[in-house]
Design a protein around this ligand. Structure first.
Ligand SMILES: Cc1cc2nc3c(=O)[nH]c(=O)nc-3n(C[C@H](O)[C@H](O)[C@H](O)COP(=O)(O)O)c2cc1C
Length: 192
């Protein structure tokens, strides 16, 4: 990833989003990814969308499935989002999930669910914009159900990130330019 892409990723991260899990039954078990790019698109017909990176190794197993579940994670499910968004490992280990008879995989206790088919896919840069048709929204099954969603927010994901942001802002204010390769690129993105 170039320095410009690292900076863009940080700035994109300033926009708060919910976290969903896009999942189905594939390869003899549940397969899915965490996705914060979920967007409700249309009421008539009912459509929602998710952007999937071309680098995803899980999406090829999902995109031909007849049904895909989208679970909107609840505020209490941060750990589920992290696990489903991690690269490698058994993502569903320790995660409570269920499948519908049609093969749609839903995360238990999520804030909301969508049982979907894929309507359209568009290539857009290094992602595909995937539009799903919502067939139905399964009702909650647990007395622990809460509609409060998980939300991602903030530029820096960790202390080191935040310190990097602060130091770049100080340099900008004092009019100094960094000359190191990565930082110079970051300056071009932010200040031209
Ligand atoms: C909070 C969170 C949100 C994510 N959102 C997206 C997303 O919107 N689109 C995407 O392609 N990947 C997203 N990812 C990354 C995927 O969940 C997953 O890690 C990635 O597809 C690589 O795994 P794979 O090779 O098994 O597909 C997100 C990860 C996390 C932790």
């Amino acid at each position: 990833m170039t320095a410009i892409e690292v900076e863009l990723r940080r700035v994109y991260g300033a926009y708060p989003t919910g976290v969903t899990v896009v999942a189905g039954l594939a390869r003899g078990g549940p397969a899915g990814i965490a996705a914060s790019s979920f967007v409700p698109v249309s009421l008539r017909p009912p459509l929602v969308s998710v952007c999937v990176a071309h680098t995803s190794t899980t999406w090829p197993a999902l995109r031909d499935l007849p049904r895909i579940g989208i679970s909107v994670l609840g505020a209490h499910q941060e750990d589920v989002g992290r696990r489903l968004g991690a690269r490698g490992g058994d993502r569903f280990a320790g995660v409570a999930w269920r499948s519908t008879p049609d093969g749609c995989v839903l995360i238990e206790d999520a804030a909301a669910w969508f049982d979907c088919t894929i309507e359209q896919q568009f290539r857009s840069g290094d992602h595909d914009i995937v539009v799903f048709r919502v067939l139905w929204t399964p009702p909650p099954t647990s007395p622990r159900w809460s509609s409060t969603p998980a939300v991602t927010a903030g530029c820096g994901r960790n202390r080191a990130d935040r310190e990097g942001v602060f130091s770049r802002e100080r340099n900008h204010r004092s009019g100094r330019r960094r000359t190191g390769g990565g930082r110079r690129d970051v300056g071009r993105v932010r200040f031209r």
